[in-house]
Design a protein around this ligand. Structure first.
Ligand code: ACO
Length: 432
C-alpha cells in the first residue's frame, strides 16, 4: 500500500515554535495533514472526540463523498454493483481489489460453498441460550466462538491462515445467522445446500421447514443479494473501526469480527432500520403524514431513516433500496402495502419541506430496508443480524488490509486528562 503522495505542508505554530506538517493526498477525497510527528516535536496531542476530522488509517477499499451522495467499492459505484454484480463477486472485489475473471469466480464460489457447514458440536452452543435471547447476542457470542473451533487458522501473520479464516467467515456466518433465527422461533436447523446461490441458500436456511418442500423465489433471492451488496462495506464506520482496533493488537480474526458485531448492535449504528419500520407503523396511513412531519419540525421526535453523519445528499444505497422494496412488495403480493404508501408520502413531503432541505436531510438506506425485510418474512430483531452478515466481508477486507499494512501499529488513542493531578493516598479512618 502507501499510494498517498506528499503535496506540500501546513504550518503549525505553538508558542515560539513553528512546525511544518506534511499534507498527503489520496486518489480522491480530502487531503490529510500528517500529524504523526506532532507529539515527538511539540509535546502536544490533537483533540478530536468522535474522529470527526481524523483519518485513522490509509485504505484503498471504499470511498464515500457524502456531499455528492457517492459510494464506491474499489472504485465501482454502488448502484452499478447492486444492479449488475452479485454479492459473492463483490466479496471477491472487496477482499482482492479487482473483480474476478470467470475462472477466479468459479474457484472463489467453490471455496465459499464448501465451507458453509458448521462443526457438529457448534450446534450445541446454541442450546445454551434462552429462546428469547436477542439474535444479536447469539451472533456476537457464536462468531466469537468460531475461534474455539478453528485453531488451525489463528496465526494472523500467516497469509494462508488469514485467507482460510476469511473464507470460513463469509461461508459460515450465514449458517450461524439462519440458526440464530431458527432457534429464536423454535424450528429445527436447516443445513446449507451447495448447489444454491449464496442468498438463495441463506433464505432456504431461514425459511425451509421439514414438513414441506421449500420453493425458492428468485426475485426474493435477488433482493436479498442486493441488500447484502448495499451493506457490504462503508469505509471507517464505528464497527469497522472497532474491528481494526481489535485487530491491531494481533487478536484472531473471529474475535475481531465478534467485536465488530457488538459495535454494530447499537441503535445509533445498525439498529436504525427497525426504528424506521416502527415509525411507519406508528404513522399508519398516508393521511397522518403531515401531522407527523409537523411533530418532527416541532422537535418532538426525529424522522427515522432520514439524515446521515456522512451523506448530506441522497444516500446512494437508499435509491437502490427503494427500487428493491417496490420489487419485493410487488412479488409478495402487496404493492399497495400501507407502510410503503406511508413511506412514499413521507419522503415526498420531507423532500419538499424547507426544514429538511436546509438541513440536508435525505432518506438513508434504513428508510426502505425495514419494510423490505419485513415483507420478506424477517422479524425486526433479525434486521441487524442481516446487516452483520453482509458487513462481515467489509470488516474482514479492512482487517486484512490493516494486517498487511507495513505502517500498521497497535491502535492507541491519547487523551486530554482533566482528572485530579497528583495526590497522596489517605487511609479510610482519615477520610471525611
Ligand atoms: N429528523 C429530524 N431532524 C433531524 C434528523 C432527523 N432524522 N436528523 C438530523 N436532524 C436535524 C437535527 O435536529 C439538527 O437540527 P438543528 O441544527 O436545527 O439542531 C440537524 O438536523 C443536524 O443534526 P445532527 O444530529 O447534528 O446530525 P448528525 O450528522 O450528527 O446526525 C444522524 C446523523 C444521527 C444519522 C441523524 O440524522 C439521525 O438521528 N437520523 C435518524 C436516525 C437514522 O436514521 N439513523 C440511521 C443512519 S444510517 C446508518 O447507520 C446505516
Amino acid at each position: 500500500m502507501d499510494k498517498m503522495t506528499d503535496t506540500g505542508s501546513a504550518s503549525l505554530t505553538i508558542g515560539d515554535k513553528t512546525l511544518s506538517l506534511p499534507i498527503l493526498k489520496g486518489s480522491i477525497g480530502p487531503d490529510v495533514i500528517d500529524v504523526r510527528k506532532l507529539y515527538a516535536e511539540t509535546d502536544c496531542f490533537t483533540f478530536d472526540p468522535g474522529f470527526t476530522s481524523t483519518a485513522a488509517c490509509e485504505s484503498a477499499i471504499t470511498y464515500i463523498d457524502g456531499d455528492k451522495g457517492v459510494l464506491l467499492y474499489r472504485g465501482y459505484p454502488i448502484d452499478q454493483l447492486a444492479k449488475q454484480s452479485t454479492f459473492l463477486e463483490v466479496c471477491y472485489l472487496l477482499i482482492n481489489g479487482e473483480l474476478p475473471n470467470a475462472a477466479q469466480y468459479v474457484e472463489f464460489e467453490r471455496s465459499i460453498t464448501t465451507h458453509t457447514m458448521l462443526h457438529d458440536q457448534f450446534d450445541r452452543f446454541f442450546q445454551g441460550f434462552r429462546r428469547d435471547a436477542h439474535p444479536m447476542a447469539v451472533m456476537t457470542a457464536s462468531v466469537g466462538a468460531l475461534s474455539a473451533f478453528y485453531h488451525d487458522s489463528l496465526d494472523v501473520n500467516d497469509p494462508d491462515h488469514r485467507r482460510i479464516s476469511m473464507i470460513r467467515m463469509i461461508a459460515k456466518i450465514p449458517t450461524i445467522a439462519a440458526r440464530t433465527f431458527k432457534y429464536s422461533i423454535g424450528q429445527p436447523f436447516v443445513s446449507p445446500r451447495n448447489e444454491l446461490g449464496y442468498a438463495e441458500n441463506f433464505l432456504r436456511m431461514c425459511f425451509a421447514v421439514p414438513a414441506e418442500d421449500y420453493k425458492g423465489n428468485p426475485i426474493l433471492a435477488r433482493a436479498m443479494d442486493r441488500i447484502f451488496i448495499l451493506h457490504a462495506d462503508h469505509e471507517q464506520n464505528a464497527s469497522t473501526s472497532t474491528v481494526r482496533l481489535a485487530g491491531s493488537t494481533g487478536a484472531n480474526p473471529f474475535a475481531c469480527i465478534a467485536a465488530g458485531i457488538a459495535a454494530l448492535w447499537g441503535p445509533a449504528h445498525g439498529g436504525a432500520n427497525e426504528e424506521a419500520l416502527n415509525m411507519l407503523r406508528e404513522i399508519g396511513k398516508p393521511e397522518n403524514v403531515p401531522a407527523y412531519v409537523q411533530g418532527v419540525k416541532d422537535r418532538k421526535y426525529r424522522l427515522m431513516g432520514f439524515g446521515h453523519r456522512v451523506y448530506k445528499n441522497y444516500d446512494p444505497r437508499a435509491k437502490v433500496m427503494q427500487e428493491t422494496c417496490h420489487e419485493v412488495l410487488k412479488e409478495v403480493g402487496d404493492a399497495n402495502d400501507p407502510l410503503l404508501q406511508v413511506a412514499m408520502e413521507l419522503e415526498k413531503i420531507a423532500l419538499s419541506d424547507d426544514y429538511f432541505i436546509s438541513r440536508k436531510l435525505y432518506p438513508n438506506i434504513d428508510f426502505y430496508s425495514g419494510i423490505t425485510l419485513s415483507a420478506m418474512g424477517f422479524p425486526s430483531e433479525m434486521f441487524t443480524v442481516l446487516f452483520a452478515l453482509a458487513r462481515t466481508v467489509g470488516w474482514i477486507s479492512q482487517w486484512q488490509e490493516m494486517i498487511a499494512d507495513p505502517q500498521q501499529k497497535i491502535g492507541r488513542p491519547r487523551q486530554l486528562y482533566t482528572g485530579p493531578a497528583y495526590r497522596d493516598f489517605v487511609s479510610v479512618d482519615k477520610r471525611a
